[in-house]
Design a protein around this ligand. Structure first.
Ligand code: F6P
Length: 372
């Protein structure tokens, strides 16, 4: 029989994502409605090691869902990979009487939760853990979306639309770099939504020469079109391992070779790196809703005494029952095994999952058509 926790804590860890506050708010409200005491942990795993607990009650979370970032703060904490550091974390949780933990974050944060609650190292009565996927990169397996992706995509599309205005006015080529360390999802989806001419993402596995050639092919094809449609927007994921300035220099040199009659100043590319702009800002309505719904499902499982679970938004694959079940609390959400989600995340990042192959394949199929 599962033991229901009396006191739980919530933390946000790793790269912040718009919508995390909605998840903190919903976690607090759902747990308190179930009669469970709630604490917040500031600055993720690092804050846990520093015993940085704060009480969380309804007034603390009122109105926070419209704020970007996370009211609890976040941090990256490499030490959490070490067993003795996790022993310390478990001892602090025991001293505080915290029996369950809601971990809102990405791959590294959820892997930390899995290790913290591993019965092989935690002994009897390990802390109960549930994960809420949050990462603007959408680089987590077994969930169709993570918190923050929608807002980040909207930010990128807005920036591309603005850049497209000046690009169109000058018939220019822009390379716009967006976040996505290991995963090109943001570059792919925002390229589609912004009507870009080319998307560059790490899953394609292209070397520099091939990336340069595809940009140059696109520029030449677009420049053959009537005026007013000669601008080129290339969305490049950060995970494509060619620094943008180096890419610009190589593309400009190749353009001079392949279009010797053009005025070099007129065909020279421009570069914009959106960087951390992509991760900030007020969460979209969808991210507020997604954060609330995923937290609802995760926390209901936790207060019922479940552990090693992750709430998921419509996994894009069929799941066998031992991997995940549809949540009885939300027909769009699933409760999946946390370990299985981490394995599938690894597959996604290594390009081994059918989903990663499908995503890359779609772009291969349409790339030639875009040049017509
Ligand atoms: O949150 C993931 C991510 O946005 C990656 O796309 C990016 O490479 C990384 O965070 C940047 O992290 P930091 O803010 O720690 O430099």
């Amino acid at each position: 029989m599962a033991t229901r926790p009396q006191r739980i804590a919530i933390l946000t860890s790793g790269g912040d994502a718009p919508g995390m506050n909605a998840a903190i708010r919903a976690s607090t409200l759902i747990a308190r409605a179930a009669g469970v005491e709630v604490l917040g942990i500031e600055r993720g795993w690092r804050g846990l090691l520093e015993d940085a607990f704060v009480p969380l009650a309804t007034p603390d979370v009122q109105g926070i869902l419209r704020e970007g970032g996370t009211i609890l703060g976040s941090a990256r904490c490499k030490e959490f990979h070490e067993r003795e550091v996790r022993d310390r974390a478990r001892a602090i949780l025991r001293d505080r009487g915290v029996e369950g933990l809601v971990v809102i974050g990405g791959n590294g944060s959820l892997a930390g939760a899995q290790a913290l609650a591993d019965p092989a190292e935690a002994g009897e009565r390990p802390p109960l853990v549930v994960g809420v996927p949050a990462s603007i990169d959408n680089d987590l397996g077994l969930t169709g979306l993570a918190i923050g992706v929608d807002t980040a995509m909207n930010t990128i599309v807005e920036a591309c639309d603005k850049i497209a205005d000046t690009a169109t006015a000058h018939d220019r080529t822009f390379i716009i770099e967006v976040m996505g360390r290991d995963c090109g999802y943001l570059a792919m989806t925002s390229a589609i939504a912004a009507g870009a001419d080319l998307a560059l993402f790490p899953e394609a596995g292209r070397d520099q020469a091939s990336v340069v050639e595809s940009i140059v092919d696109t520029v030449i094809a677009v420049r053959a079109r009537p005026r007013k449609s000669r601008r080129v927007i290339v969305v490049k994921a950060e995970g494509v391992q060619v620094p943008v300035e180096q890419l610009k220099t190589a593309v400009d040199a190749r353009l001079r070779e392949r279009v010797p009659d053009a005025d070099p100043a007129a065909i020279e590319t421009r570069v914009t790196v959106l960087g951390h702009v992509v991760r900030g800002g007020r969460p979209s309505a969808f991210d507020r809703l997604l954060g609330s719904r995923l937290a609802n499902v995760a926390v209901r499982a936790l207060v019922a005494g479940q552990s090693h679970k992750m709430a998921a938004w419509m996994p894009a694959v069929e799941l066998p029952e031992e991997v995940g079940t549809r949540s009885p609390y939300d027909p769009y959400c699933w409760l999946v095994d946390l370990g299985a989600a981490l394995v599938e995340t690894e597959n996604l990042l290594r390009g081994r999952s059918p989903l990663a192959r499908w995503r890359a394949g779609v772009f291969e199929d349409i790339e030639d058509a875009l040049l017509l």
